[in-house]
Design a protein around this ligand. Structure first.
Ligand code: SF4
Length: 379
């Protein structure tokens, strides 16, 4: 497609550091580097800050070895490298909400070794979100985070400001969902790569501006002509994935990615906070209730049925696991989730991701997988 409809998202993605610097200059606000999608962005926005989710650059690097193990996941290493290389030198703060142990080490090393950090905050969050005590415990932690941020900006954050931030983020979630809904159709009006640009940029662009851009795109989508064959409809499953070159490669070999279960996609925005009462409770509940990351999905694996229902709802013919090498939480889920999908008629392919990925060999594997699907259809 070359109608330019998603170009703004692509430009934001590629020039995300320039955007954040310009935002600071324009608003005088602080930037908070966030290390997980469990971060309650609502509070940062209510504090007039710009939450910027840290992403890797997919370039080889040699700066993390003294700080974290080489067998930590590539996303952790690439993210830390970005801090150590000064790519986020505009961010006053860095914050992590507890998800996996590997990311916690990235946070600790960032806090200790990135010289531009002025404040840092580790937000504990129960991993057993299914416990009857989880929401109460998380409520207390979100409240402490609010008090911490009030100390950083030197003034109270009123409930009304938090309600406003909840509404802005909820609108962003609704608009992204509306965009993703178009992908249920035959010959979807957005490719997987375009949808990824939209959901990724929501994680570091000012939400109000992002909402306006989403509205423009949504207004144009009904009349959009897609001059491409949808081919095989695929789902992607995994943790963080912003390897856009890889996504473009998949969609160039006779496929369309129609849905995902990834924190760069649906897991980030799928559910809304429910405003109307105590805004801190609304935030705490929302993050406990969101589609779970494997680090927070026990004793019951709620995500297995959620992933399957997304595959069915978006009419995915097959699924590809995009596994960050050494990611224990996703690896532990993989055998049973694969079985669950295959038992229910969704064939799967497993690919392992590193900081940079060799597109040629991965293309061969995807093409071989597509061939097995077409052979299945002959019988
Ligand atoms: S990819 Fe896995 S190991 Fe890496 S930060 Fe995410 S959950 Fe943790």
């Amino acid at each position: 497609m070359s109608d330019g409809l998603f170009d703004q998202f692509k430009t934001w993605y590629e020039k995300r550091h320039d955007y954040a610097r310009a935002w600071k200059q324009k608003t005088g606000g602080q930037v908070a580097a966030t290390l997980c999608t469990y971060t309650p962005e609502e509070l940062l926005i209510a504090a007039d800050m710009l939450p910027v989710r840290v992403l890797g650059s997919h370039e080889t690097q040699n700066v993390t070895e003294p700080h974290i193990f080489g067998m930590f996941c590539p996303f952790c290493r690439d993210s830390l490298a970005q801090g150590l290389l000064g790519r986020y030198d505009y961010a006053e703060g860095v914050t992590l909400t507890q998800s996996c142990m590997q990311y916690r080490q990235t946070f600790a090393s960032w806090r200790d070794h990135v010289p531009t950090v002025k404040w840092d905050y580790y937000l504990p969050m129960p991993n057993e979100v299914q416990s009857q005590f989880a929401k109460r415990a998380h409520y207390a932690e979100v409240k402490k985070f609010r008090a911490f941020l009030e100390g950083v900006i030197g003034k109270p954050i009123a409930d009304g400001r938090i309600d406003e931030a909840i509404e802005v983020i909820n609108e962003n979630r609704r608009l992204l969902k509306e965009l993703f809904d178009y992908r249920k159709q035959t010959d979807p009006k957005a490719t997987g790569l375009e949808a990824l640009y939209a959901s990724l940029t929501a994680q570091f662009i000012d939400k109000r501006e992002h909402n306006e851009q989403l509205k423009k795109v949504l207004a144009a989508l009904p009349g959009r002509q897609m001059n491409r064959d949808e081919g095989v409809r695929l789902m992607t499953i995994g943790s963080e994935n912003d390897d856009c070159a890889f996504m473009a490669m998949i969609e160039s070999v006779g496929c369309t990615i129609v849905i995902d279960d990834q924190c760069s996609g649906t897991r980030y925005f799928w559910n809304e906070a429910k405003p109307g009462g105590d805004p801190i409770q609304a935030i705490a509940d929302r993050y406990c209730d969101r589609p779970a990351c494997p680090t927070k999905d026990y004793p019951v694996h709620t995500r297995f049925d959620h992933v399957l229902s997304l595959a069915k709802e978006y009419n995915a013919r097959a699924a590809i696991f995009l596994q960050q090498k050494f990611c224990d939480p996703h690896e532990a889920d993989y055998p049973d989730l694969k079985q669950h999908l295959e038992d229910n008629g969704i064939p799967t392919l497993f690919l392992e991701f590193d900081i940079s990925n060799p597109l040629g060999p991965l293309r061969v594997r995807v093409e071989a997988f597509l061939e097995t699907l077409s052979e299945e259809e002959l019988f």
